[in-house]
Design a protein around this ligand. Sequence first.
Ligand code: KG4
Ligand code: ZN
Length: 382
Amino acid sequence: MTVLALETSCDETAVAILRGDRSGHALFASEVASQVAAHEKYGGIVPEIASRNHLIHAPRLLDRAASAAKTRLSEIDVFAATTGPGLASSLMIGASIAKGLTIGFGKRYLGINHLEGHLLSPFFVDATPSSRKSEPCDGGVASTMRAQGDIKPNLSLIVSGGHTMLVAVRGLANYQLIGHTVDDAAGEAFDKVAKMLGLGYPGGPEIEKYARGGDPKRFDFPRSMPGSENFSFSGLKTAVRYLLPKIGVIPSEVEGSRGVTKEEFQRGPSTPLCFARDNKLLADLCASFQQAIIDVLVTKTIEAAQKYRVDLVTISGGVSCNQELRRQMGDASSRKGIEFRGVEPWLCTDNAAMIAFAALLRLRAGFESQLTEEINPNLTLA
Ligand code: KG4
Ligand code: ZN
């Protein structure tokens, strides 16, 4: 069975082709077109620009995916698309294309929850040669990646730009939401603090880069909601905001400006508004902020795994690209005798391979969608 999946829930346009047989599954194409550059100057995602770009990118990605997989769209058995959660005007594009192809070629259709795509992605078993591992997230990947369909019970942390949640996974389509953020998602906190510091978007990789070599204990940021299974990151963001003037840094609030020292600010706008990029202060700030997020994510995940008596912890979503988070989650898990599984970096951020994988597993379990099924921007997992 060959599945073609489209992912257009936010600002990445993605298409993947996954083929499954009795011996396993193989990913034949995974194409992602990033729109970061188109939205960067607005300081956030503009829904109309996102949907226009999906319309521009999708036909090209469909062509590229089909030729990478050495197949024709008419030979696909099932068309799948992300149907939520996400931006309505973006979700509509991918779902409409998948439905159009389904009708045009007389095939089957399956709508997939974006969060389930992330949640199942740690079960892809990578057989990609190591020479391909440095492939950028916005590049195409036609790999020999193999995926196992065996979903072990696990405690899943989904941590991305739009979501931070803990889910007890008992098997495919058997999920219990046990905690979520009550305000900002962890990735959103990375993005907002990076913006304050005048770093680029997305903020997570930028903060991770500057945090290397920094002192994570120099600034004591809050670890909110201890003992709860829910998360809160807006207080942490505010704590960084209030700290900056106290340590002589004017937060970057102006579009396109950079975090500056007080002296630079007072010298006037003709001075380049630039945080000294090799500054120890910036490294310590980034490391302390990153550690505050990691502490909360690791502590709550391990506590939940123990409470729900599961011996496997998985993490997925864009923030799970963070090497320090993976290292510390791995260490904390092994101290408690718990297995830990992350996701290949290119599979952490939004992509269609995870949607195709979820679709294939669901099809095997007998799920199928009607063409009348609508997108749902607020779709929940459980
Ligand atoms: O999963 P994703 O691509 O999109 C959503 O579904 O939201 O996640 C994007 C988020 C962004 O907030 C980005 O800053 C964050 O993932 N991110 C990271 C890293 N790479 C991406 N956060 C921390 N460290 C990273 N290395
Ligand atoms: Zn996502």
